[in-house]
Design a protein. Structure first.
Length: 375
């Protein structure tokens, strides 16, 4: 590959080819700091087995809140383990971290994986590139032991970046995708699928509780703990197996439908901070909440937080209100709208991305076994 360069090829061949192997086992945007919101729960219909608080079949992994990202946690790769902070992202499927061969500025600011220091590492000559929203990476594929807390995935394929764009100012090192398998990295089985195949988790389910506290968020694997929510849970089938999209009925304000009038798609994305939609509809929402564009931000009067009504997302017949204190972000000097425009493909059906602004309000469960989401 021309972009790798001769020095990179020499360095990779010196390490990847000779390291002995022991078979033991897409991007969110950089965002601004904002006030985090407390979680709440709605009463819905729940049909899956609920786990008791002390159920030992569930694995809990703590997450931390850094600026807008509430889904950042530590993982370990290799033997002995090398630690990385990764974004747990339902909007992509690949696992990647920077490599010591990466020459981009962002790589010097983050932890980098050294294949030569892991006795269980197996390298490949397979290269890949991955594009996210306004960011991208290029790198190569490797295999090694990956640990998420006490969960261990052996011979886990993961990407090692050689070039990165757009990750200079993020607090995490890489991304751990929890989406469905994708051809983004050929032959690279997502870590959740490997955990299923290797019998590490009891149920093909993971769930997010996003707290307002810096260290209060958690992702759980293998089940759902009722201690993290109130009432009942409502299951919604994914609209197309292969991603975490669901059908949404409408978006309304004061009882009037303002978007998604004929139904639309919604992506539940822990890797996105905001509420994102088509340009025209987002512009309409900005006018309804009296937001005005100033230097690439839609400013809103902070007093409006106490007067504006909630915006209601109706999914599978259930209303999920998002109050003004959630869709308006308060900072020390001003307030801004948390509605943002998403790229829209030609002839694409209306699609919204419900990021952490929404998911901090509603406990979320992702059921791969039955291809459904719970809110």
């Amino acid at each position: 590959m021309k972009w790798l360069g001769l020095l990179g090829l020499v360095a990779l061949s010196e390490c990847i080819v000779i390291i002995p192997v022991t078979q033991t086992k897409t991007m969110p945007e950089t965002v601004r700091e904002r006030t985090l919101l407390p979680n709440s729960s709605e009463e819905h219909t729940f049909s899956w087995s609920q786990k008791a608080t002390n159920d030992q079949s569930i694995t809990y992994h703590p997450l931390r809140t850094f600026k807008d990202f509430a889904c950042v946690g530590n993982i370990n790769i290799g033997t002995p383990p090398q630690e990385f902070q990764v974004l747990f992202d339902t909007g992509s499927s690949s696992l990647w971290v920077p490599s010591i061969y990466c020459q981009s500025d962002s790589c010097y600011k983050h932890n980098s994986f050294n294949p030569c220091n892991s006795s269980t590492y197996r390298g490949t000559k397979q290269f890949f590139s991955t594009n996210y929203t306004a960011t991208w990476i290029k790198g190569y594929l490797g295999y090694d032991t990956v640990r998420i807390g006490n969960l261990v995935s052996v011979a886990q394929p993961f990407g090692l970046s050689l070039k990165e764009t757009g990750f200079e100012h993020v607090s995490f090192d890489g991304i751990l995708g929890l989406g469905y398998p994708s051809p983004t990295v050929t032959g690279a089985t997502p870590i959740f699928d490997n955990l299923r195949k290797q019998g590490v988790i009891s149920e093909p389910v993971f769930a997010f509780y996003l707290s307002s506290q810096e260290n209060g968020s958690v992702v759980m694997f293998g089940g759902v703990n009722r201690a993290y929510y109130k009432g009942e849970l409502n299951w919604v089938p994914v609209s197309q197996v292969g991603n975490w999209h669901i059908n949404m009925d409408s978006i309304s304000m004061n009882g009037t439908v303002i978007a998604c009038k004929r139904g639309c798609q919604a992506l539940m994305d822990t890797g996105t901070a905001f509420l994102r939609g088509p340009r025209g509809l987002v512009s309409k929402l900005q006018k309804l909440i009296h937001a005005r564009l100033v230097r690439h931000e839609h400013l809103v009067s902070c007093q409006a937080i106490g007067t504006l009504p909630p915006i209601v997302f109706t999914i599978n017949g259930i209303d999920y209100p998002v109050p003004a204190q959630a869709y308006i972000q308060r900072s020390s000097s001003h307030c801004v709208s948390n509605f943002h425009v998403r790229p829209q493909r030609v002839n694409e059906w209306e699609t919204w991305i419900l990021g952490n602004v929404f998911l901090k309000l509603y406990f979320s469960v992702f059921d791969r076994g039955n291809n459904r989401i719970c809110l």
